[in-house]
Design a protein. Structure first.
Length: 169
């Protein structure tokens, strides 16, 4: 089964599992769409990007400072163009400071690189990001946001930036 076939199934599973969550918005679930810009354009230079995040509310995480909130989450993304794509799934540590949310995560990448023979596989991956939420500062239920993420991957063809517009449910 190709990665392209798995992406819609993974997104659907993430939506179904997030339906009963809470916080970070009323449900703890957010979705985003945007553009991916590769830092090494040997496979492709830009492509579609989309992702979902889910706040894990059952684990408390100590905030790094006064006036900050922090939480663990799960992030799943898809980005690619043509036959080259990546689906990074990561456990993330998130810190909220007013309208800004910073994140860092580590997990597994499910990739497909068309130009390689048998170019489908998995590898360790990481990500760092920042999001700006529109609305009143200090509220945790602001639904609209813009975000930027940098994806770190062992496959140099798949590293780069995701630029998004998103909504918290």
């Amino acid at each position: 089964m190709k990665i392209r076939t798995l992406a819609p199934l993974a997104a659907l599973a993430a939506l179904a599992s997030a339906a009963s969550a809470q916080t970070n918005g009323p449900t703890g679930f957010s979705a985003r769409l945007g553009l991916f810009v590769a830092t090494n354009d040997s496979s492709f230079s830009t492509g579609f990007a989309g992702g979902v995040d889910y706040k894990i509310s059952s684990f408390g995480v100590r905030a790094p400072g006064e006036g900050l909130q922090s939480y663990l989450g799960v992030s799943a993304d898809y980005y690619g163009d043509g036959g080259t794509s990546n689906i990074p799934v990561a456990l993330t540590y998130n810190v909220r400071s007013g309208a800004l949310v910073y994140s860092a995560g580590i997990g597994v990448d499910f990739y497909n690189i068309d130009k390689l023979n048998n170019g489908t596989g998995t590898s360790l991956g990481g990500q760092v990001g920042i999001a700006y939420e529109f609305g009143n500062a200090g509220r945790v239920d602001k639904p609209l946001f813009v975000a930027a993420k940098y994806f770190i991957t062992r496959k140099s063809d798949l590293g780069g930036f995701g630029l998004y517009v998103g909504y918290r449910f």
